[in-house]
Design a protein around this ligand. Sequence first.
Ligand code: AMP
Length: 506
Amino acid sequence: MNANLYALFRSRFPQDLDDCWLETDDAKYYSWRDLERGTAKIANLFASLQLPLGSRIAAQVEKSPEALMLYLATVRAGFVYLPLNTAYRASEMEYFIGNATLAVVVCSPINFGWITQIAFRAGTRHVFTLDEPQQGRNSGTLLSRAVHHADHFDTVHRDPDDLAAILYTSGTTGRSKGAMLSHDNLASNIHVLQEAWHWQLGDVLLHALPLFHIHGLFVAAHGALMNGSKTIFLSKFDSESVMRHFPRATVFMGVPTYYVRLLSDPNLSHEVCKNIRLFVSGSAPLLTETFENFIEKTGHTILERYGMSETAILTSNPYQGPRKAGTVGPALPGVSVRVMNQDNQICGIDEIGDIQVRGPNIFKGYWQMPEKTAEEFTEDAYFKTGDVGQFDSDGYLSIVGRSKDLIISGGYNVYPKEIESVIDEMPSVLESAVIGVPHADFGEAVIAVVVMRDDATLSEAALIDTLKTRIANFKVPKRVHFVAELPRNTMGKVQKNMLREQLGKC
Ligand code: AMP
């Protein structure tokens, strides 16, 4: 049997290929036939480049139906897809392009010049552009070349363990790691989610998430593809347009920030949401206050689930049965989740410890980092998530913290170490500590605490301006505090808890 993920989705297309697969916010319609033919053309273009199977194809492109087709075509043609955040700047792109030894990079036309330079230096021979939605279709070189290829393509045979995608996660040491996900990792997870969330005939997904992250790509988009369901595809989240489309959708997935924004809109009501059967939240903790306010304003209980790039979805509050605020629910069928204490024993009920997981959805390791991969797995093949949590007496998991010190701001992961390294390189800076503090809109806001060198002068605005040229905007600290020295424990470690307590809010 062909384990290619595209073959699985293809087997779920509706019988009538002229049905609507995807509708955009500017009222463009794509049928399932368009999807089948569009991916065939791109797959044929890639096949014509004579790349070895398993070659890596990265995309740093704006969200568009064509970007989703590019992903599916890559997988269909037997290559490995690397989605990259559109906010990444030159130094970040240089690392990804070099580290992943890419065969092809697809970028926005506006970035073509500098990305080509980086790609060619790294030995990547093919750079294409994908049209920006506002510039009209087919303005990029990828589609204008693909148009000349056949619209039929035999989906390439892949084995279950062959790679389908690599997702780069930021590393605690500042170095990103590429999580290698196989066809079977992704297929097994979406099979389980389809049942767990009762995907059904007539479902319509309202898609407002980005496509470069597991949530938008492997949970939301895969869910609709697996169910042969239509997607209403928004180029980005904004409450007004999301609410305008609610009446025609049945499933909506978001990060907690989306729900906070929806709640601050006076038009949110029971009436607006009455057609939706499932609201899902994930990627960051959903505050109990948000969970409760949403019930009050809409009558809907948000279903919170937990997952990560390396594992796809691990636990979920039930579709039927109580959804508990502040928890991410029990482990999904087929996934084993355990919480371990410092003595490496399984924790009792309500005891806090390290979350470890095992199952068919767990990634194959970090790209070209065998030692790091070995470190992150236990002897009995559980993956150490880096999250800290506890189970209650009903088997519901709560996440209480992150041992790896990750900050999640607006649903995006920010690793303090990476930002600290960039700040510490500045000539006026002696050292720095970056922390996350609670923020009403973003969940957490990034804050930098900086110790200057004697006699050096540097303003908060100047530091932030410099950072904006070096790192993606979502990682740039919202505030910078200048202090005489950082608090340290006897082992010399910076006590970030003290900083969080002192600086409290953004
Ligand atoms: P990513 O790899 O970007 O998906 O980030 C994964 C991390 O997001 C996890 O390790 C958790 O720390 C966090 N996360 C995901 N879902 C939740 C959730 N529902 N509640 C709390 N943290 C979450």
